[in-house]
Ligand binder design. Structure first.
Ligand SMILES: [Zn+2]
Length: 178
């Protein structure tokens, strides 16, 4: 089932998500729905708060970027109660977008690499050492679980320049909120 998206201006995007206590059939179905929703919108990642649920879950189908800068997708992967560790000191600035902030892209500074620990749908812990744009997708989605949006990581004059576009998006999607 394709889930209803929440857009910039929706207070749910600003709240901290809660850990998943138990992986029930309902949670499994919800994760399948998140994957369907991400694919429907041609996204490379989606976090539960973006579809209105304050749970620490994100999904992504981003595999890696090759040397030519080409993005490669993988089978969709579910991250439950993810924990990010060991961000590199090295930072890199790259363009990002977000399904909750339609058609707005801007560059964000983030660590070049990071380790991710999370649970899969069987409740097994797994670990990933992520590098480059793959690391970035995990950090972007994990931010959503803490009520943080990529535009928050853009500071100063560039952020100010984004304000009119953000205001427009807020107005445009206001009818989606109760
Ligand atoms: Zn996003």
């Amino acid at each position: 089932m394709i889930l209803e998206m929440c857009y910039y201006g929706d207070p749910v995007l600003r709240k901290k998500a809660e850990p998943v206590e138990e992986i029930t059939d309902e949670i499994r179905q919800f994760c399948a729905d998140m994957i369907e929703t991400m694919q429907h919108h041609s996204g490379i990642g989606l976090a539960a708060p973006q579809v209105g649920r304050l749970l620490r879950i994100f999904v992504t189908n981003f595999s890696h970027e090759d040397e030519a800068g080409e993005f490669h997708l993988s089978e969709p992967k579910v991250f439950i109660n993810p924990v990010l560790k060991n961000p590199s000191d090295a930072l890199v600035e790259r363009s990002e977008g977000c399904l909750s902030i339609p058609k707005l892209y801007d560059s964000v500074v983030r660590p070049l690499s990071i380790d991710v620990e999370a649970m899969d749908l069987e409740g097994n812990l797994f670990q990933e050492s992520c590098y480059g744009y793959q690391a970035r997708t995990r950090m972007h989605e994990n931010d959503h679980l803490n009520g943080v949006l990529f535009v928050d990581r853009i500071k100063g004059k560039r952020r100010t320049q984004l304000e009119p576009a953000l205001r427009r998006i807020k107005q445009q999607y206001a009818h989606k909120r109760a």
